[in-house]
Structures are given as structure tokens and as C-alpha cells.
Design a protein around this ligand. Structure first.
Ligand SMILES: CC(C)(COP(=O)(O)OP(=O)(O)OC[C@H]1O[C@@H](n2cnc3c(N)ncnc32)[C@H](O)[C@@H]1OP(=O)(O)O)[C@@H](O)C(=O)NCCC(=O)NCCS
Length: 308
């Protein structure tokens, strides 16, 4: 274990002992990546080219992983989305396992039963894409086999470890992402950093109740996120219950009126409800918006989304 990772919790050390890191991208992108994130070497043989037909089974296995995790919520991707929107412009970082370490049932879930394949099988992935905005990245996909292999192999902590190492591999300092208010993944994103809310209600996305967020990642906090200590908020300006559509829309109106908010700690269970701690950070009054303009804007959005 590298010096930098000496202080992380034993469950993450165990994952690193048992699984191999990989990165999949267009080969010319590789020189931009850190192939030793926090001292964890991505072996040469696991730096996979998306234009090499030898990796065809790996591409299929990756799609199986996506189907098994995002499929149930209707967000599974076609292969061209991996290629056009992930591998060519950015990268896919994750951890993998060799087939001889999985039983028949697990191989069957990956559609790999009865093949002679001995290559890596991805058990997690974090896809990130550079944005046109200078030095900013967009986190496009994070998933982990914990939800369908966790009963066979201990995988707790896999998604968090994958995102932390992925951020370091791509050298991301400023990252945008989109996640749903009721997503368990908030526990992962918020373990690593606060989330500035760029939009709280996002009709451009397939799911209106999506948070678009921006986080800034620093090595010190990335490592701390793996310490085993939960990153909880101590004080907040308001709590949003994760399924409170009205509160989510109201927050959006306030953002559009120039207010700024961030989520400052992991979701909390209060009286059986998942509550998200929010702090107002700074209000910018660049444009003096009249009350009637604000009311019109609200009426327009409410009419458009009435009945949802
Ligand atoms: C969400 C997902 C990535 C979590 O993967 P995972 O490997 O089980 O996550 P981790 O074990 O690393 O979770 C880190 C922490 O978040 C918590 N967590 C993870 N999923 C959670 C959930 N659904 N509800 C509540 N907490 C959750 C874990 O308990 C863990 O807590 P700890 O730090 O106290 O130990 C995985 O279930 C998945 O692939 N889901 C489908 C795709 C998806 O929704 N991706 C997120 C897109 S933004």
C-alpha cells in the first residue's frame, strides 16, 4: 500500500488488495491521465484502448455492469453512448476482477458463461468527460457491482473508492454532475466534498428532480473521505426532504432569482425521511428582477409541469 493510502479504512485497503484498477479511453488521452492515483498503479495491461477490437468482451462486460445497475431505473446506456460520450472524449476508470475469481452465476450475469475469456471483468466504473468550460469535468456515470455481487464478495465501499481514484486519475479539480434527490449516490458525492447546487429542478434531464451540482476536489479531502468517518453536516439553513417536489422546485426558483446554495453533508434519516442539509452561500444580484418578472417565470414553469 502506498504511503498516501496508509491512513484509509481497512475496507478500502481490502478492495485494493483484491481488485485491479483499469482505465479505458482513446489511447492519445492516456498521456493526460495520472496512472498512479494516490500511488495505486494502473498496470500497463489494464490501460485499455476503446479502438482495439481485442477488448470487445470487456466492452460487453462493461455494458452488462451498466445494465445491471442503471437498467432498473431506466438509464442503461447503448454502447455508442459509452463510446461517443465517455471513452473517446474522456475516460472510464474502475476496478476489475479476473473470471476465475467469480462463480458461474456471476459470470452468467455478465453474459460470460462458457467463454474462454481470461481478461478483466469490470466491477465498478466512473465515467468522466472534460467540459468546454476550462478545466471542468462532468461526471457522467458511477456504478458498482455491490448491488448484484455484494452477496457473493464483500464490496462495501467500492463506488466511493472508484470515484476517489477516478477523480485523481483524470486530475479533476472542478467537477459537475447530475444526480437525483433520492439517489443513494449522494452519500458518495457528499463524502468527498460539498455540492454547490447549479440546478435543483432540471427539466433538461430525463428526471426533473435531478440536482446538477459542482464540486471541487482536493487531495486532502479525497483521502479523508476514505478514512471511515462519515462526512455529516453540523448546521444547516434548511433541510430538503428528498421526495418533496415542491421544496425542490422552490429552491430552483430561488437559484434562478440569483441565490446560491450548497449541500454540506451526507443525507440524514429524520423521522423516516431522507433529509438533505442545505446552506445558502452567497446571493448575487447582478440583475434587478422585478416581482412581476419572478411571478411570471414561476407561473410559466408551474403551468408547464402541472400534473407531474
Ligand atoms: C449507488 C451505487 C453506485 C453505490 O455503490 P456501492 O459500491 O454500494 O457504494 P459504496 O459502498 O461505495 O457507498 C459509500 C457509502 O454510501 C452509502 N450508500 C451507497 N448507496 C447507498 C444507498 N442507496 N442508500 C444509502 N446509502 C448508500 C454506503 O452505505 C456507504 O456508506 P459508508 O461510507 O457509511 O460505508 C450503486 O448502488 C449503483 O451502481 N447504483 C446504480 C447506479 C447509480 O444510481 N449510480 C449513481 C449515479 S449518480
Amino acid at each position: 500500500m502506498s504511503d498516501e493510502l496508509q491512513s484509509i479504512d481497512s475496507k478500502y485497503k481490502s478492495l485494493l488488495d483484491r481488485f485491479e484498477p483499469y482505465v479505458l479511453s482513446y489511447p492519445d488521452n492516456f498521456s493526460m491521465f495520472n496512472m498512479m492515483p494516490f500511488g495505486v498503479e494502473i498496470p500497463e495491461e489494464n490501460r485499455l484502448s476503446c479502438i482495439d477490437s481485442k477488448n470487445a468482451i470487456f466492452f460487453n462486460a462493461l455494458q452488462s455492469l451498466d445494465k445491471l445497475t442503471f437498467g432498473p431505473v431506466g438509464m442503461a446506456m447503448d454502447k455508442w453512448i459509452f463510446f461517443d460520450c465517455g471513452e473517446m472524449p474522456g475516460g472510464i476508470f474502475g476496478l476489475g476482477i479476473r473470471p476465475d475469481k467469480l462463480d458461474e452465476d456471476a459470470l452468467w450475469r455478465y453474459d460470460l458463461k462458457d467463454t474462454k475469456y481470461t481478461g478483466l471483468i469490470p466491477i465498478s466504473m466512473f465515467i468522466a468527460i472534460p467540459m468546454a468550460k476550462d478545466k471542468a469535468w462532468f461526471g457522467h456515470n458511477l456504478c458498482s457491482a455491490n448491488r448484484f455481487l455484494g452477496d457473493k464478495i464483500p464490496l462495501s465501499g467500492l463506488a466511493l473508492l472508484t470515484k476517489v481514484l477516478g477523480v485523481k486519475t483524470y486530475k479533476i479539480e472542478e467537477m459537475f454532475g447530475a444526480t437525483q434527490w433520492n439517489s443513494g449516490a449522494l452519500n458518495i458525492h457528499l463524502q468527498m466534498a460539498d455540492m454547490e447546487i447549479v440546478s435543483s429542478f432540471t427539466p433538461a434531464h430525463s428526471f426533473n428532480e435531478t440536482i446538477t451540482y459542482r464540486s471541487r476536489y482536493l487531495d486532502e479531502f479525497l483521502l479523508k473521505s476514505l478514512s471511515g468517518e462519515k462526512r455529516v453536516a453540523n448546521s444547516w439553513d434548511r433541510l430538503i426532504i428528498s421526495n418533496d417536489r415542491d421544496a425542490i422546485r422552490e429552491l430552483q426558483y430561488e437559484i434562478e432569482d440569483g441565490k446560491k446554495f450548497k449541500i454540506i453533508g451526507r443525507p440524514m434519516m429524520i423521522d423516516g425521511e431522507t433529509c438533505i442539509p442545505i446552506k445558502e452561500t452567497l446571493t448575487i444580484n447582478l440583475v434587478a428582477t422585478s416581482q412581476s418578472e419572478i411571478s411570471n417565470k414561476r407561473l410559466h414553469i408551474d403551468q408547464f409541469f402541472s400534473g407531474q
